[in-house]
Design a protein around this ligand. Structure first.
Ligand SMILES: Nc1ncnc2c1ncn2[C@@H]1O[C@H](COP(=O)(O)OP(=O)(O)OP(=O)(O)O)[C@@H](O)[C@H]1O
Ligand SMILES: [Mg+2]
Length: 367
């Protein structure tokens, strides 16, 4: 990854007895789209506000580039923040809203006009200059809020759940637009959301937060397919958790006993020994499902369809195998009729991930 642009070093913020942000350390790469993802109340907004200079940390350091900014006031940090509720001035036109920050900065009128027009054009808001915010759609209001931030030519763009007021379809189109804008400007962006799909779709890197801490930091792929604890695995998508005990360990293959069945999977570099307990995660889309018994597959489970749901782009099955239930997603259901009754599940060894291991003679997990 490239050089860090924004660095948080052991940042803590308390409100009375609440520890909103608990010893967070995070490097945001220059030019990256980095997302803080986590459930309500986990400290995302508080972290963003500390970077913007709206809250002072109780402990720790914040750097933007080489500069430690803890004592630098908000308006001197060269950051711009877009708030969840847009906070557009209702009595001002689109043009005036976007011009506002530059005008108070004291920029001459002709220059303000030129920069505002260029930004409105860039965000496809031309022709809407004279409208007031209530004459705009949600998506347009959102773009005006973004224009207001971008026109300031910030070094770092901070976005707090900017899409949450939009309907589901608009969210998807605006998020694609936003990603394109960010990529074309190569503008270091820190984005806050509790929506895991949004985070996976938009980000170069995701910091998953839980109870004030960053519990996982990585690419979307790493966060989704290589979670390191139950919370992250569960929060970023649907998952099958499987507990087992290792019966075979070799450089090529691991074999776990899972409720009397053998499950084979690929080693991922963890130091493991026979007898260790393992917690495994397998995503629903990583499991094959068929009526006929597959031949030559490493892991085959035989079960009964308990529930099936047609979700448009996929069919989701809940399959009972002995005492456990597996969630399986079958993509592209247009070519199938829904399966029912007895089925076979196939799991490729490379799609099984060890979340945590419990060593025989150690109590702690294998992180
Ligand atoms: N000004 C404040 N005074 C007191 N407590 C606060 C204040 N701001 C935030 N908190 C508390 O700090 C914790 C973290 O809040 P924060 O707003 O950072 O969460 P969040 O992750 O942004 O959540 P959401 O997804 O709901 O916006 C919460 O327990 C919240 O109640
Ligand atoms: Mg928030």
């Amino acid at each position: 990854m490239s050089e860090p642009h924004v660095r948080l070093v052991n940042i803590t913020k308390r409100f009375g007895n609440t520890v909103a942000v608990d010893n967070v350390t995070l490097d945001v790469a220059r030019g990256s789209f980095t997302t803080l993802l986590g459930p309500s109340g986990c400290g995302k907004t508080t972290t963003l506000r500390m970077i913007a200079g709206f809250h002072d940390p109780d402990a720790g350091d914040i750097f933007i580039g080489e500069r430690r900014v803890n004592e630098v006031p908000s308006h001197r940090r060269n950051t711009a923040m877009v708030f969840q509720e847009y906070a557009l001035f209702p009595h001002m036109s689109v043009f005036e809203n976007v011009a506002y920050g530059l005008t108070i900065r004291g920029l001459p009128k002709p220059q303000v006009a030129q920069k505002v027009r260029a930004t409105l054009k860039f965000l496809a808001l031309e022709g809407l200059d004279d409208r007031s915010p209530h004459q705009l759609s949600g998506g347009q209001q959102q773009r005006v809020a973004l224009a207001r931030a971008l026109v300031m030519e910030p070094e770092v763009l901070l976005l707090d759940e900017p899409l949450s007021n939009l309907d589901a379809k608009l969210r998807v189109s605006v998020r694609t637009e936003m990603t394109q804008i960010q990529r074309s400007l190569k503008l270091t962006t820190i984005y806050v959301t509790h929506d895991q799909e949004e985070a996976l779709a938009m980000s170069d890197a995701i910091a998953v937060m839980h109870q004030g801490r960053v519990v996982r930091f990585g690419t979307p792929w790493e966060v989704y397919y290589r979670p390191r604890d139950r919370f992250v695995a569960d929060f970023v998508g649907l998952v099958n958790f499987v507990e087992g005990r290792l019966v075979e360990v070799s450089p090529q293959v691991l074999v776990a006993d899972v409720a009397g069945r053998s499950l084979r999977f690929a080693p991922e570099g963890l130091a493991l020994r026979p007898g260790d307990g393992v917690l495994l995660s397998i995503r629903p889309e990583c499991i094959g499902i068929s009526l006929a018994a597959p031949t030559g597959a490493a892991n085959v489970l035989h079960g009964q369809v308990a529930v099936s749901q047609f979700l448009g782009r996929l069919v989701r099955y809940w399959v009972a195998v002995d005492a456990s239930t597996w969630v399986v997603d079958e993509p592209d259901p247009s070519t199938y009729s829904l399966l029912s009754g007895e089925v076979y599940l196939t799991i490729e060894p490379g799609k099984v991930h060890v979340i945590a291991a419990e060593n025989k003679d150690k109590d702690e997990g294998g992180r």
